[in-house]
Ligand binder design. Structure first.
Ligand SMILES: Cc1cc2nc3c(=O)[nH]c(=O)nc-3n(C[C@H](O)[C@H](O)[C@H](O)COP(=O)(O)O)c2cc1C
Length: 296
């Protein structure tokens, strides 16, 4: 097996790896570091406070690299005017991949395809995957149990091959991928890209605080709790940062809680050090090659 897929080739990536978008903590420095390392770096557009700041961030990235990047539009959680403005900025700044989550991607797909861009949509169930494929998305991000951020309940062992069989579009594996063994496992289950969030929290470039990064390094899967009490939607958090007796909050205040209540997935168990993105990517590639060699 080669560390290459039809989708990674189409995007011009050295490795079939994505640094997944993370609310508040992905930043423009990560986009550039990922581009240089040969993987797809992604950021939620909302990590820039205003549409003007977002445009400035894209220009900053484009002044440093012409390699592919991905931008996440969190549809249901973002005012429509902001989504429209940020999509326009993406289309003007040569962003080849738009990642949609929490909503109906139909309008985004239409505008993105007119400009020859790709849309990948995040799902935790087959039902949502079918709807997104109906809306014309180019790939489905299958977010399995144990993922950082808003996660599903289905094991990646089943979710990836199941959605690949049922949906007939490329599947991107998300959730609990922290080292090269899991990259090989995901590709063998039929994934065309691996989407890693938690591993990249513990990167030098990430905007998370040093304390957050160290807690990811120090934690194991049992230190992660799956709860809807923070923002009203089930997500995984580092238990030590979740106060007791919390009530669910779907308002914008709920989203603000992510600043002090830190999200990460069960993959923390295999994150052992904070490293630069270039070193993390080379580690992942070496571990994947070693795994393949051992299997052969
Ligand atoms: C702190 C944090 C914030 C996240 N924010 C977002 C987000 O704003 N939009 C989104 O689509 N996914 C978000 N995610 C999910 C990731 O994009 C990705 O699906 C997930 O991290 C993959 O699982 P892993 O963390 O186990 O690698 C977030 C994840 C984390 C850990």
């Amino acid at each position: 097996m080669k560390l290459e897929t039809a989708l990674s080739k189409r995007l011009g990536l050295r490795y079939p790896l994505v640094a997944a978008p993370m609310f508040l903590i992905s930043n423009k420095e990560m986009l550039v570091a990922c581009a240089e390392a040969g993987i797809l770096g992604c950021m939620p557009s909302l990590n820039a406070r205003t549409p003007e700041q977002f445009r400035a961030d894209l220009a900053w990235v484009r002044a440093r690299t012409d390699k592919p990047i991905g931008i996440n539009l969190t549809l249901g959680l973002t005012p429509k005017e902001r989504v429209d403005a940020d999509l326009t900025a993406c289309l003007e700044h040569d962003v080849p991949v738009i990642l949609t989550s929490y909503g109906n991607p139909t309008d985004i797909v239409k505008r993105a395809h007119e400009k020859g861009r790709l849309v990948f949509h995040d799902v935790i169930t087959l039902q949502h995957g079918r709807k997104a494929v109906g809306a014309g998305v180019d790939a489905i991000i299958a977010v399995g149990a144990g993922a950082g951020g808003h996660a599903g309940r289905i094991s990646p062992f089943v979710l990836i091959p199941w959605l690949a069989e049922e949906l007939k579009v490329p599947i991107i594996a998300a959730g609990c991928i922290s080292d090269g063994r899991q990259v090989v496992a995901s590709l063998s289950l039929g994934a065309q890209l691996c989407y890693l969030g938690t591993r990249f929290i513990a990167s030098e470039e990430c905007g998370a605080s040093p304390e957050y990064k160290q807690l990811v390094v120090a934690s194991g899967p049992e230190d992660v709790v799956y709860t809807d009490a923070v923002s009203g939607i089930h997500a995984n958090f580092l238990k030590a940062t979740v106060p007791e007796n919390f009530s669910a909050d779907r308002s914008p205040e709920g989203a603000k809680r992510w600043k002090d209540i830190w999200s990460a997935g069960q993959g923390v168990g295999l994150v052992h050090a904070v490293k630069s993105i270039s070193v993390i990517v080379e580690d992942l590639a070496r571990e994947a090659h070693d795994t393949l060699a051992a299997l052969a």
